[in-house]
Design a protein around this ligand. Structure first.
Ligand code: AMP
Length: 190
């Protein structure tokens, strides 16, 4: 298991689980959201290109996101595998990832999606807004991000299910409980 995607709506706990699961397999967790946020903080050209979309809860355009991801996966630490958190999010990104993997003669091992009920998602995001002070955790933007996920990203699950790669995991409960469920779904005995 060394090329894994983790998916799920905003607030499902992808980022936290990505770090846990990547550490288990000894691969880097690559979070497109975290890369965008650090570029915004550093005031880079990429950050400037991404910021207004992020603040509005919209997706950063595919051309920008795909170029950034291609560059990141081309670095040496990703040669032996990676866990992607927050990418792909559109069908165009699925196609880009397929092309990157084909170019490296590699393929995906699994796509895990975390399922958390809607009420719990909103409660988590409101809590996170207080702790992290993220510009995209205001109520309107949180709602927009859920809507964009449902419209643009949820359909990707069917695509990966058709490829026999998709597993759904219950994302409720403690970090430890959820990561144990994810590892079990990936066939690891804990
Ligand atoms: P996240 O931390 O994964 O929730 O991402 C935060 C924000 O970064 C998203 O709401 C998008 O604006 C942007 N973003 C992250 N990953 C992607 C992606 N794969 N495609 C487009 N936008 C993205």
């Amino acid at each position: 298991m060394n090329r894994i995607l983790i998916m799920g709506p905003p607030g499902a706990g992808k980022g936290t689980q990505a770090v846990e699961i990547a550490a288990h397999f000894g691969i880097p967790a690559v979070s497109t959201g975290a890369i965008f946020r650090s570029n915004v903080e550093d005031g880079t050209a990429l950050g400037d290109a991404a910021r207004r979309y992020m603040d509005a809860g919209e997706y950063v355009p595919d051309e920008v996101t795909n170029a950034m991801l291609r560059d990141r996966l081309g670095r040496r630490d990703c040669a032996g595998g990676f866990l992607l958190d927050g990418y792909p999010r559109t069908l165009a990104q699925v196609a880009e990832l397929d092309e990157i993997l084909a170019g490296a003669d590699a393929c995906l091992d699994a796509v895990v999606s975390l399922r958390v009920d809607a009420e719990e998602l909103i409660a988590r995001l409101v809590r996170r807004a207080q702790i992290e002070n993220r510009a995209d955790d205001t109520e309107d933007v949180v709602r927009r991000r859920q809507q964009v996920y449902a419209e643009e990203t949820a359909p990707l699950l069917a695509e990966y299910a058709a490829r026999g790669l998709h597993v759904t995991v219950d994302g409720s409960g403690t970090v430890h409980k959820v990561s144990a469920r994810v590892l079990e779904a990936l066939g690891v005995r804990t």
